[in-house]
Design a protein around this ligand. Structure first.
Ligand SMILES: O=C(O)CCC(=O)C(=O)O
Length: 259
C-alpha cells in the first residue's frame, strides 16, 4: 500500500494541499503570494469557529466596529511573552503550513524555514461583520515578514495598496485578492514591506472578475462570483505570524519594570 510522503500529512476529506507552494502562486501578484482554497475542511472550520465563540469573554478586544482575539497574548513593546499557542490553533493549521515545501526540489524548506522560530508563534483572530473592514496598514517590524491568513465563515476581498511618491496612500488598490472560507493566503517579502493591506467597509464586494481579482484562477468556487458581486457575511480570519522578539517568563518582570 502506498504511504503518504513524509512531508505531507495523511489526507483529510475536503482538504487539498499542493505538493509545493509553487503550484499555489498567485501569478498576477509579485512573486510573494500564495493561495490555497481548500486548506482546511468544513469540519475543521466548524471546530475552530466553535473554539473562538467559546473563548472566555475577556479574550475579545472590542474595537468600534470589529472585535479581535490575540493568542497567546498581546505584544508588549513588540515582544511576545513565551507561551505556546492553544492546540486548536496549532492543529491542523501549523503542521499543515510547515508540511508544504516552498518548491518541489527544496523538499524540506517551508514558508517558515527562514523565520527565527521556524514556525508561527502568534495568531490574531479578527471578526468582520458585513460592512466592516480594516484600514489600509502595514504590519510593522515586530514580525518576520510572512503572514499566513486562514479565512473562516465567508468570503471577502483583501486590497493591496501602493504609496505614492510623496509617501501618501494611493487610494485605488493595486491588487484585490478574494479570500474564500477555509482558504489560506500567504503574503510575504515585498508585499509585506512595501505595500499596505486593508479591507473595505462594504456590504458587498463588487466588480469581481478574472481581470480584477489577482487570484481568480486559484479560486475554489469561481462560479459563485461570476455574477460579479458577492454579498458579505460574517468572516473571521486567523493571521499566523512569527514574532521576532520572544521573552522567556523569567525575564517578564524585568520587561514590565522597564516600561
Ligand atoms: O483579516 C485579514 O485578512 C487581515 C487582517 C490584518 O490586516 C491584520 O491582522 O493585520
Amino acid at each position: 500500500m502506498e504511504q503518504p510522503s513524509s512531508s505531507q500529512p495523511a489526507s483529510t476529506p475536503g482538504v487539498c494541499l499542493p505538493s509545493s507552494l509553487e503550484q499555489a502562486k498567485a501569478h498576477k501578484l509579485p512573486s510573494s503570494a500564495f493561495y490555497i482554497p481548500d486548506f482546511i475542511s468544513e469540519e475543521e472550520e466548524r471546530v475552530i469557529l466553535d473554539k473562538i465563540a467559546n473563548a472566555p469573554k475577556p479574550r475579545w478586544k472590542q474595537l468600534t466596529h470589529r472585535r479581535l482575539q490575540t493568542w497567546p497574548s498581546d505584544l508588549v513593546k513588540n515582544t511576545l511573552i513565551d507561551a505556546p499557542l492553544p492546540q486548536w490553533l496549532e492543529e491542523p493549521v501549523v503542521s499543515r503550513l510547515l508540511s508544504i515545501p516552498l518548491s518541489a526540489p527544496d523538499g524540506d524548506v517551508s514558508i517558515f524555514t527562514a523565520s527565527p522560530h521556524h514556525r508561527p508563534n502568534h495568531v490574531l483572530i479578527n471578526e468582520y461583520p458585513p460592512g466592516v473592514g480594516i484600514m489600509p496598514h502595514k504590519d510593522g517590524a515586530a514580525y518576520h515578514p510572512v503572514v499566513c491568513t486562514v479565512s473562516l465563515g465567508a468570503s471577502l476581498c483583501l486590497n493591496l495598496y501602493r504609496t505614492k511618491d510623496d509617501g501618501t496612500l494611493d487610494p485605488s488598490p493595486a491588487w484585490r485578492i478574494l479570500q474564500e472560507p477555509r482558504s489560506l493566503l500567504i503574503t510575504r517579502a515585498d508585499l509585506y514591506t512595501d505595500y499596505l493591506h486593508g479591507i473595505a467597509d462594504i456590504e458587498k464586494d463588487e466588480d469581481l472578475s478574472a481581470e480584477t481579482i489577482a487570484n481568480w484562477d486559484l479560486l475554489r468556487s469561481r462560479q459563485d462570483f461570476e455574477s460579479g458581486s458577492s454579498q458579505r457575511q460574517t468572516r473571521t480570519s486567523l493571521t499566523y505570524r512569527d514574532v521576532l522578539k520572544v521573552s522567556k517568563l523569567g525575564n517578564k518582570l524585568g520587561m514590565f519594570l522597564k516600561r
